[in-house]
Design a protein around this ligand. Structure first.
Ligand code: NAI
Ligand code: MG
Length: 503
């Protein structure tokens, strides 16, 4: 077991780090420098060292990418291909990702800090199966037939929405890429993908694979760079028909404002969360402890649906506190290349500082630090799994999305109280319920305003299961056939039939 002292994450455990082959913008099927010639550094959070210089896009580059996507949409074959053909090319894309998974997973690991095994065994299998899921949906897009009054008949056509901007965050670089790119491709859209500046490597690599798979030039463009340059240019562009965004609530608001001020493009937002995990007296306590630990420490706590507010009913509260404290000590922080490690470094210095300042705030607000609370290792952005007890609903650590390995533990008495406190948040992304009582499970599931409820499980995602926000966690759904709808428009076609007064 790696101890806290040796969690600096410098050892590569025999892994050969791959050469970074793709560092330029991918526009109209070619890798090109930014018009300005500028680059930015992408950093390895294990050490703070620079991995590579990446082309830093700006408005001019977004203009070029949008022009390519516009041509590919207005005159190109992708939106006009039979869905089956789009699906076959997407299947090939999925196969190519699968064939390159070793290299991709290592790139994802050095760029984001997530444990290599998690990337390889959890993220990438989901990415690959998601492309296959939507490939299978590409030839099953159909409308309705309508029997209308006045001897009219009609039908609806579902058409691709057009050129889409896909702005993605750094916590799940490849999974977020798949969540947005796969349904957009299946729908027949063309797109500009903007990866997060912290984690550009795998999206660029996939752009190369997309070309090999036969996705026509201009359909999938990747413009790397910053939010205030590339992201802002996409969301305010007059020729972009839709933006799908995942990230912070503050930036989601800016994206929506830019869309409103430009061409009123449609927007979908998957934003922050402060999800509750409710553990009732009758719960299997060991299962509850394991779910709670995973819910907030998995992926370094950098998960929009993290169960960061853990409410435990008073009958089992004391026992739960003892067990979760022990179990968090067995949660290994360290080099993400070490297969024993559960938690790697936070993505960058900014997030690292932000999380530590929330921990400080928690102490000053009067919460009790049960475990953790400190950085660890000599370099890199590692933080101990941290648990606060005696947390009050109005404390900042109970209200804000921390996006790090910090749990707020709270005690409750009744089912009514649990529901009321779980809903006491501006967010509404997810919730977990641990109970053997079906009545409690049903009642609480229906009373919590959140996009996905997990009963006796957590992070139980599936390609066919939509998720997304209530309240300030955003709107629009990722995953499932609901996500396909985001990239489609409905057109009605109406015609009179024999005997109609119209004829
Ligand atoms: P962010 O929301 O600013 O970044 C997400 C994406 O939006 C990145 O690609 C970024 O370049 C882009 N972006 C930034 N400003 C933009 C703008 N003006 N117009 C268009 N795109 C823009 O999040 P950031 O700063 O990386 O992280 C801050 C906090 O946001 C985190 O601590 C966490 O609380 C939250 N967050 C939530 C995520 C989620 O999945 N819900 C994912 C990432 C961050
Ligand atoms: Mg990085």
């Amino acid at each position: 077991m790696a101890s806290e002292e040796d969690c600096s994450g410098t050892a590569e455990n025999g892994f050969m780090l791959p050469e970074v082959k793709f560092t330029k913008l991918f526009i109209n099927g070619s890798f090109v420098d930014a018009v300005s010639g500028k680059t930015f550094e992408t950093i390895d959070p294990r050490t703070g060292d620079v991995i590579a210089e990446i082309a830093s896009g700006d408005k001019e580059d977004v203009d070029l990418a949008v022009a390519a996507a516009r041509d590919a949409f207005d005159d190109g074959k992708w939106p006009r291909l039979p869905g089956y053909q789009r699906g076959r090319i997407m299947m090939k894309f999925a196969d190519l990702i699968e064939q390159h998974v070793e290299e991709l997973a290592v790139l994802e690991c050095i760029d984001s800090g997530k444990p290599l095994l998690v990337s390889k065994l959890v993220d990438f299998p989901s990415v690959i199966s998601m492309f296959r899921y939507y490939a299978g949906a590409a030839d099953k897009i159909h409308g309705e037939t309508l029997k209308l009054a006045q001897e009219l008949q009609g039908y609806t056509l579902k058409e691709p929405i057009g050129v889409v901007g896909l702005i993605i965050p750094w916590n799940y670089p490849m999974l977020m890429f798949a969540l947005k790119v796969a349904p957009a491709l299946a729908a027949g859209c063309t797109m500009i993908v903007k990866p997060a500046e912290q984690t550009p490597l795998t999206a660029l690599y996939c752009a190369h694979l997309a070309k090999q798979a036969g996705i026509p030039d201009g359909v999938l463009n990747v413009v790397t760079g910053f939010g205030r340059t590339v992201g802002a240019a996409i969301s305010s562009h007059m020729d972009v028909d839709k933006v799908s965004f995942t990230g912070s609530t503050e930036t989601g608001r800016v994206v929506m404002e830019a869309a409103a001020r430009s061409n009123l493009k449609s927007v979908s937002l998957e934003l922050g969360g402060k999800s509750p995990l409710l553990i009732f007296d009758d719960a299997d306590i060991d299962m509850a402890v394991e779910l709670a630990r995973q819910a907030v420490f998995f992926n370094q706590g950098e998960i929009c649906v993290a169960g960061s507010r853990v409410f435990v009913q008073e009958g089992i509260y004391d026992e739960f506190v003892k067990k979760i404290a022990l179990s968090s000590k067995e949660w290994i922080v360290g080099d993400p290349f070490d297969p024993r490690v559960n938690q790697g470094p936070q993505v960058d210095k900014r997030q690292f500082d932000k999380i530590l300042s929330y921990i400080d705030h928690g102490k000053r607000e009067g919460a009790t630090l049960l475990t953790g609370g400190k950085p660890c290792g000599e370099k890199g952005y590692y933080i101990e799994p941290t648990i606060f007890t005696d947390v009050k609903d109005d404390m900042l650590i109970a209200k804000d999305e921390i996006f790090g390995p910090v749990m707020s533990l709270m005690k409750f008495s009744t089912v009514e109280e649990a529901i009321q406190r779980a809903n006491y948040t501006k967010y509404g992304l997810a919730a977990g319920i641990v109970t053997k009582d079906l009545n409690i499970a049903n009642r609480v599931s229906r009373s919590i305003r959140a996009g996905i409820i997990w009963v006796n499980c957590y992070f139980a995602f599936d390609n066919d299961c939509p998720f997304g926000g209530y309240k300030m966690s955003g709107f629009g759904r990722d995953s499932g056939l609901h996500a396909l709808e985001k990239y489609l428009k409905v057109k009605s076609v109406v015609t009179p039939i024999y005997g109609s007064p119209w004829l």
